[in-house]
Design a protein around this ligand. Structure first.
Ligand code: DX5
Ligand code: ZN
Length: 490
């Protein structure tokens, strides 16, 4: 099993190791951040100090979110240029500019000032970096700035007022630390040696707790020697204490809220279906839609029983996963998906949509998909009444409305799908749910406006992209049209 698959399956302990609150399902972007190819090797080095792991997370978030943004806005940019842009954006200068725009500069400067001080304080800067990464994922600057201010307020206020030196008082820190660990005992300082003439006296001081020697320090004043002893003791004690999250409850709540917000359909997606691509060049097809600016790839799995056609399965998806960071949105048109769920999870599917028509116990099936860390979706054929899905809406992450009879690309759009989309959108609003509404079949530039107006968020497009001479340009035109529709209807 590849290390990537391992990570896909084991992100929960990974989150825990990072000191982040465990969640049953991370959003696609978080998962991508954690499985970003440049991070995998580093993150697997489990003996890394906690600070560094958080730094990785911040870094991974930044890298992934920047890549996403770049793919979307500058789809023609190649990897080399992308790397340069990323390096530029995460440079101090640009970071500072962003901070100025969101009025966080004093906090960053303070955070960095503190970073030069005692070891714990660098965590603040790293938490900040991680939050900044999260912020750039959601682009919700205000929430993040409020959270960061709440999180770091006290420490930062001290630093901004020029009292940063106060946090370098190792004696006070050691006192706080040991009191927190041992309830009431205080560290004791004892002079164990004095050396040198009166005008250049050198002190050696030992610090102990409950009679147990912790460390020694030296200095040319008692105060200095005590500070040094306290510093050494802190280092020693820190190494003994198991890794703990430096995150306050506010920060944890922030991550929960952000993650939840990210799962909500806030914008419109194109999900190009590679069913209509040249099956001899699927790798190139992925590259085309990436360059064309598609955040998702729609994968049509057909078994020759549920539909009268045979296409691809988990092994092909697994092979394609190597070439794409996009969301893999698999649509299973098969009679016995349950027998293959694990294979699809291991192949790297992010979303897995099954058909209502074959499912004896839809709720259990959806739960099984979720348990395998994929986001579950449910689809209905054109003849199936949308009302059948009503009892399951709380359990789906996506509903896929078929606007053609499943089985083949290139068919004509069936307008009966529009009422289903409207009904789903109404349910979603009434019940304050956040599932994605995806529509599949017969979408071209003439049918796209109606499905968006009806309330669809994700749009599968197959033949109207791949049966054109330049799929990249076609994708870009679709994206342009989608953006205009987004402005009009959302
Ligand atoms: C049909 C598939 C669709 C199909 C869409 O069974 O589920 O995803 O590929 O293709 P077009 O856009 O050509 O209708
Ligand atoms: Zn499909």
């Amino acid at each position: 099993m590849s290390s990537k698959t391992e990570l896909h399956r084991n992100y929960a302990p990974l989150l825990q190791a990072l000191g982040l609150p465990p969640r049953s399902i991370p959003n696609d972007l978080l998962r991508q951040a954690l499985t970003h190819k440049s991070v995998i090797a580093d993150i697997q080095t489990t003996h890394l100090p906690h600070n560094e792991r958080l730094e990785f997370l911040g870094d991974a978030f930044l890298k992934t979110s920047l890549s996403q943004w770049l793919y979307k806005h500058l789809p023609e940019v190649d990897e080399g240029v992308m790397t340069q842009i990323r390096a530029y954006v995460v440079s101090d200068k640009v970071f500072a500019e962003v901070a100025r725009d969101i009025q966080l500069a004093p906090y960053i400067i303070a955070g960095r000032g503190l970073q030069q001080g005692v070891q714990q304080d660098s965590v603040l800067a790293n938490v900040f970096e991680a939050l900044c990464g999260a912020m750039s994922l959601s682009l919700d600057f205000r929430t993040v700035s409020r959270t960061i201010m709440g999180l770091l307020h006290k420490q930062l206020e001290r630093a901004i007022k020029g009292e940063a030196s106060a946090v370098k008082n190792y004696k006070a820190l050691l006192q706080e630390f040991t009191q927190a660990q041992t309830a009431k005992s205080l560290p004791q300082y004892t002079v164990v040696d004095t050396r040198g003439p009166d005008h250049d006296r050198h002190f050696v001081i030992a610090v102990s707790l409950n009679g147990e020697n912790l460390a020694q320090g030296e200095g040319n004043s008692k105060r200095k020697a005590e500070q040094m002893a306290a510093k050494a003791a802190l280092k020693h004690l820190n190494a003994l204490v198991p890794v703990q999250s430096p995150m306050s409850p506010e920060a944890q709540a922030f991550f929960e809220v952000q993650n939840h917000a990210l799962e909500q359909p806030q914008k419109l997606y194109l999900a190009p279906s590679i069913l209509s691509a040249d099956f001899g060049c699927l790798k190139e097809a992925l590259e085309d839609v990436r360059l064309g600016g598609a955040p998702w790839v729609h994968l049509d799995v057909m078994d020759g029983h549920f539909v009268p056609n045979l296409t691809l399965g988990a092994p092909v998806i697994k092979a394609l996963r190597k070439y794409s960071q996009q969301v893999f949105d698999a649509h299973l048109m098969m009679n016995n998906p349950e027998d293959y769920l694990k294979d699809f999870a291991e192949a790297g599917c992010d979303r897995l949509t099954v058909h209502y028509e074959i499912s004896e116990n839809p709720r259990a099936l959806l739960q099984k998909i979720r348990a395998l860390d994929m986001l579950p979706g449910m689809s209905v054929k054109p003849d199936t009444d949308i009302q059948v899905l009503e009892p399951f809406l709380e359990h789906v992450s996506l509903v896929l409305v078929m606007s053609v009879e499943p089985g083949f690309g290139g068919q004509k759009f069936m307008p009966s799908a529009l009422d289903k989309i409207r009904q789903l959108a109404a349910w979603r609003q009434e019940r304050q749910l956040d599932f994605v509404i995806e529509v599949d079949g017969g979408i071209d530039k003439t049918t796209l406006p109606a499905v968006i107006e009806a309330g669809a968020d994700a749009v599968v497009i197959g033949s109207s992209v791949f049966n054109t001479p330049d799929p990249v340009q076609t994708m870009r035109q679709f994206n342009k049209q989608l953006k205009a529709l987004e402005q009009k209807h959302r």
